[in-house]
Design a protein. Structure first.
Length: 256
């Protein structure tokens, strides 16, 4: 079983994956190039399956304590005059949470720090995959051996650049699924990654489509589109109807 897992990136997906790996008998190490957890960042929505995952991790009460208190989204014109307003209850179902990225990262880190090795202020500079193990060289000059290396360091992942070239990004729910597939495959990453992709790709595609749909509605590119959006959002006072229309057009499916 490939037990020694190096995860690059200590934001959200990396520590979340480490949490589930540690509980499945793996020995995860998380390396982060910054010297400490990075504060700040935009708001992150935790909804659908992610709420259940957070509850199973035991962090849901702490997430709720740090949730943002945003009541409305307001649109203004070039003269800073309000043109439309959307209550946030239109977007969120009961139980959904919005939390700032930095707060979420700290909560997940605190839930894993006793079971996971964290290395701050360092990063991966070279990877030598020689079959049964992977030799990793760090910027600090340290050389260590792992059974598996996972890149969870954002859109422009350095790990993916060293191995495959640039592309996509991990997701919070995907961390839970990947850990489960690695355990089911006895640590065989070739089997686990294939099953992970087969199960998660449909969800990712649906979510990407939902983001495009919501962007087309809420961030139109034409004056006509802006006018239409403003007329639509004025209906948001009719909460039941507005919520139904919004969710039918921009719903986010849960991960399976």
């Amino acid at each position: 079983m490939n037990q020694r897992v190096l995860i690059s990136g200590a934001s959200i997906a990396g520590p979340a994956l480490a949490y589930w790996l540690a509980r499945r008998g793996f020995r995860p190490t998380v390396v982060e190039r910054f010297g400490e957890l990075r504060p700040g960042g935009n708001g992150v929505d935790i909804r659908g399956a992610s709420v259940g995952i957070a509850e199973r991790m035991g962090i849901l009460p702490e997430l709720r304590r740090h949730a943002t208190q945003i009541d409305d989204t307001t649109f203004v014109d070039a003269g800073d005059r309000r043109t439309a307003n959307i209550p946030m209850t239109t977007f969120n179902a009961g139980g959904d949470i919005e939390i700032m990225r930095g707060d979420l990262a700290r909560v997940v880190h605190d839930a894993t720090k006793d079971d996971v090795e964290y290395v701050f202020g360092d990063s991966i500079s070279a990877i030598d995959d020689h079959g049964p193990a992977v030799t990793v060289t760090f910027d600090s000059g340290e050389v260590r051996e792992f059974d598996l290396v996972v890149g969870a360091d954002g859109l422009h992942s350095a790990v993916r650049g060293l191995t495959f070239g640039p592309d996509s990004e991990a997701m919070f729910e995907g961390a839970h699924l990947l850990a489960a597939e690695l355990e089911a495959a006895g640590g065989d990453h070739t089997v686990a990654f294939r099953r992970y992709e087969e199960k998660f790709r449909p969800t990712v595609k649906k979510r990407q489509a939902s983001v495009r749909a919501s962007a087309a509605i809420l961030i139109p590119r034409s004056r006509a589109g802006i006018w239409t959006r403003n007329q639509f959002t004025r209906l948001m006072g009719l909460q039941t109807a507005a919520s139904f229309v919004y969710r039918r057009t921009t719903s986010l499916p849960e991960a399976g």
